[in-house]
Design a binder for this molecule. Structure first.
Ligand code: NAD
Ligand code: TYD
Length: 369
């Protein structure tokens, strides 16, 4: 059966990867990208799909009930996949209101519209899938068991609190009004098309530009790294096979300290410069262009306020119910990601945002030139 998927936040990092993934595996389905194209949204990430006519792009706000209702009706949507969000913890420290507006109120608008359209008996072919984060669970001590689906919510950043509120609304709309939802809480994603404000792409771009690599605090905070393609595969399994009303945690099985991640990136880029001498000409400010190591750019800076110490995800329910585990090792995923950024310099040069960079440098006391 051919379906229509409306993907909010489709021009962002995970949304764009999801659209590419879906179009390749389900060529008979129709994709409607619904995205406000904020600083984090980039239509260029969807270019190949737009050129091939495999996707329709609508520039609109998830907080705009009329626009969303029209999109739903015009395209007779079966599945909504909600990626749209303000997604960066540091930005949520600078401007929490934007996170409440988009993540909480925006999700509420989507839920209200689908409830109105689909009614109390939506039929088996309708689904609202909400994409959330492991950050809703708060922080773990070094010996705590990983977050499971029954771990209590205890968000610490404005970002995490806004995502937690949205998750609660999704669940409540399911229980109260019969909105047919599924929900997933995943760990830190990495891969192609990620905006260079998040740790991995930021460090890649800074190494290539010879800028400092800001390590918040002692750099011993732990994240569980999930390659974005493994995340897309998990969402596909949940959409196509999970029972309505269920939540799944999605992890990458790769718990690493931030400093380990940064050092692995430095080694990877140094090795690339050794095997591909033309990189030295393309990126003359990179330490490796002068025969120095990228790790010389590491700089310890002020810690992030409220910085969560450790995230780790227990993915056993997803494995048991749907047979999904992560395929990518961190090493393979990192190599693929570094190569993508080396091959796609015009993409990342076009999306950099000067005013935010200035704020980050003041906030954390980095010494970028
Ligand atoms: P992103 O910041 O790269 O992209 C967000 C997208 O949403 C952008 O295209 C932006 O233009 C769009 N958007 C923002 N506000 C909007 C609005 N009001 N209306 C319509 N579109 C709007 O985010 P991402 O990293 O791709 O994350 C996608 C989802 O996954 C988010 O819900 C995020 O909370 C969740 N998540 C991300 C990660 C991660 O590591 N990136 C981890 C866990 C969960
Ligand atoms: P980030 O990519 O912002 O994801 P999240 O905060 O959602 O986990 O950060 C990942 C980790 O890296 C987090 O512990 C904060 C840290 N970090 C730095 O040390 N320096 C940086 O410049 C950034 C952006 C993050």
């Amino acid at each position: 059966m051919s379906r229509t998927l409306l993907v909010t936040g489709a021009a962002g990092f995970i949304g764009a990867n999801f659209c590419h993934y879906w179009a390749a595996r389900h060529p008979g389905d129709r994709l409607v990208a619904y995205d406000l194209l904020t600083y984090a949204g980039n239509a260029a990430s969807l270019k190949a799909l737009l050129d091939r006519g495999q996707l329709t792009l609508l520039r609109a706000d998830i907080g705009d009930a009329e626009a969303f209702g029209r999109a739903m009706a015009d395209h007779d949507v079966h599945w909504v996949v909600n990626f749209a969000a303000e997604s960066h913890v540091d930005r949520s420290i600078r401007d929490p209101g934007a996170f409440v507006r988009t993540n909480v109120l925006g999700t509420h608008v989507l839920l209200d519209v689908v409830r109105g359209l689909w009614g109390a008996s939506p039929g088996a072919e309708r689904r609202f899938h909400h994409v959330s984060t492991d950050e809703v669970y708060g922080t773990l001590g070094p010996d705590d068991p990983p977050f499971s689906e029954s771990t209590a919510y205890a968000p610490n950043s404005p970002y995490a609190a806004s995502k937690a509120a949205a998750d609660h609304l999704v669940r409540a709309y399911g229980r109260t009004y019969g909105v047919p939802f599924t929900l997933s809480n995943c760990s830190n994603n990495y891969g192609p098309y990620q905006f260079p404000e998040k740790l991995i792409p930021l460090c890649i771009v800074n190494i290539l530009s010879g800028r400092p690599l800001p390590v918040y605090g002692d750099g011993r905070q732990v994240r569980d790294w999930l390659h974005v393609t493994d995340h897309c595969r998990a969402i596909e399994a949940i959409l196509t096979r999970a029972t309505t009303g269920t939540s799944y945690n999605v992890g990458g099985g790769a718990e690493l300290r931030n400093l380990e991640v940064i050092e692995a990136l430095c080694r990877r880029i140094d090795a690339a410069f050794l095997t591909t001498p033309s990189l030295g000409e393309r990126f003359p400010s990179a330490p490796a262009a002068r025969g120095e190591v990228s790790a010389s750019l590491i700089e310890f800076v002020r810690d992030r306020p409220g910085h969560d110490r450790r995230y780790a995800v227990d993915g056993r329910l997803l494995e048991r119910d749907l047979g999904v585990t992560a395929d990518y090792t961190f090493e393979r995923g990192l190599a693929q990601t570094v190569q993508w950024y080396l091959d796609n310099e015009p993409w990342w040069r076009a999306v950099m945002d000067g005013s935010y960079q200035d704020w980050i440098e003041r906030q954390y006391g980095t010494t970028a030139p």
